[in-house]
Ligand binder design. Structure first.
Ligand SMILES: O=P(O)(O)O[C@H]1[C@H](OP(=O)(O)O)[C@@H](OP(=O)(O)O)[C@H](O)[C@@H](O)[C@H]1OP(=O)(O)O
Length: 438
């Protein structure tokens, strides 16, 4: 089937024109629009196996939780904005009248990032798609033979995403959900909480995000705030950066959670949305990405965990079944991004800063495309007989080339070459050493 969708944001009134700029608040379907027409569509031809005798022997999937409610800190900002608009906004535009007289502030602080029904569906459908893409691995038999493991962050949104993923498989295989179990492992899925150097040098260090702070008071963001104030007919001083962010999040959450094109989206044109997207990318670059070396080094524990399973699978496959054939790991955007950074993915020639927004328009470090809800990094190990063991990474169901290894035969490199490519990390990247303060 052709995996194209007619429902592009440009011609579907239910999809905000700015939906592709929602950063980590974005819907998975915006990254793979063919899913809008068929949420369980897959295209096995995207898997470029170099030879027909290749068979999958191991799969690790590191998956962000599904669509969630806003966190408490953002609910507070959203409420402040709604109060401000209700009190001060003046104008006859239809969308403004809708905000002032119809829209109600339905978000509450106790929602605090919990998974929503759409987030349950995100993982149920992802499970079905991955089972269709890798039927010899994600199978009832592999589950029943104890070759499939589930690991999750202890955060409610991640546990509930794991249960949703499992219920997707239970429905596909017409088995009971009680055949599944899962392990909570925050050391692996929330490594950033226990990496002392990250906590001290980044999490608790305001200057670590100074580029974000500078951009938020810079010319591009100030212009966005002024345009929002003009659209609302309020004084410029009322639309702070927090208010602009709250408006952007209201548009994004109304769409992600309820799939509605909210009147709040009318406060932004495409130029404004690109600025808001860059501000979010700056935050993730400096807090979870290339901005500080410790950001990626904090994921060493997850890096070694993944490769130790790959090594076990590689050696076990020579003499019999692979014990850990499938591992599904559910975490956060801040679980995935440091690991992707450690592996060198999406690194641009210049760092993202408060002063180079214009020249970063074509950047590859773009969280709207990398980290939507239910974003997923897959590492699939193939035994290709005389063509050797090969490792295929996929992000959001699309094959990737390991950075610096592009051009390898069939874009599915030899596993040994990948290990050689990451030798320095495999021989080092010791979590305790990297995370100790002194
Ligand atoms: O701006 P919020 O409060 O939503 O930031 C959240 C993180 O959401 P994200 O920035 O990724 O959209 C949330 O990540 P998630 O993958 O779990 O949604 C993170 O867990 C939460 O602590 C907030 O991150 P922050 O760095 O503390 O702002």
């Amino acid at each position: 089937c052709s995996l194209r969708s007619s429902a592009k944001s440009g011609d579907d009134p239910n999809i905000p024109a700015i939906a592709k700029y929602f950063s980590t608040k974005g819907r998975y379907e915006e990254v793979n629009p063919y899913l809008i027409d068929d949420i369980v569509a897959v295209n096995r031809s995207i898997l470029p196996t170099p030879s027909p005798q290749c068979r999958e022997i191991h799969l690790t999937a590191i998956i962000r939780h599904g669509t969630r409610y806003p966190t408490t800190k953002n609910v507070k900002k959203m409420r402040l904005l709604h109060d401000l608009v209700s009190r001060n906004a003046s104008g006859k535009q239809g969308w403004l009248r809708e905000i002032k007289h119809q829209w109600t502030m339905w978000y509450t602080e106790d929602m605090d990032g919990r998974l929503v029904q759409k987030g349950i569906d995100d993982h149920k459908h992802l499970a079905v798609r991955l089972a269709k893409l890798f039927p010899s691995l994600i199978s009832k038999e592999k589950l029943r033979d104890g070759h499939m493991n589930f690991i999750t962050s202890s955060k409610h949104r991640c546990v509930n995403s794991t249960l949703a993923f499992q219920s997707g498989l239970a429905g596909l295989w017409t088995i009971e959900g009680d055949e599944f179990d899962h392990n909570l492992n925050d050391a692996l899925m929330r490594f950033f909480d226990v990496c002392t150097k990250f906590v001290e040098h980044v999490e608790n260090n305001a200057s670590a995000l100074q580029e974000v702070d500078k951009f938020e008071v810079g010319a591009e963001m100030r212009r966005v705030q002024e345009k929002i104030a003009d659209r609302l007919g309020v004084h410029y001083s009322l639309i702070t950066n927090d208010m602009a962010q709250a408006a952007f999040y209201l548009c994004a959450y109304e769409f992600a959670i309820k799939t509605v094109n909210s009147p709040w989206c009318q406060l932004f044109d495409e130029v404004d949305a690109q600025v808001m997207e860059y501000a979010n990318d700056l935050k993730h670059f400096w807090k979870r990405g290339y901005g500080h070396d410790i950001n990626s080094k904090s994921s060493c524990i997850l890096f070694h965990d993944v490769f130790s399973r790959l090594n076990n699978a590689a050696s076990q496959s020579k003499s019999g079944p692979v014990q850990e054939a499938v591992t599904i790991q559910v975490g956060h955007a801040e679980t995935l991004l440091p690991l992707l950074t450690l592996l060198g993915f999406f690194k641009d020639s210049d760092p993202l800063t408060s002063t180079n927004y214009a020249s970063q328009a074509q950047r590859s470090f773009r969280t709207s495309r990398i980290l939507p809800y239910a974003a997923n990094l897959l590492l699939v190990l193939y035994d290709c007989g005389e063509d050797g063991l090969r490792l295929q990474p996929l992000l959001n169901e699309r094959p990737l080339a390991f950075p610096g290894m592009a051009g390898q035969q069939d874009s599915m490199p030899l596993y040994q070459d990948v290990r050689e490519h990451y030798k320095e990390l495999l021989d080092g990247c010791d979590f305790e050493t990297e995370c100790q303060l002194f």
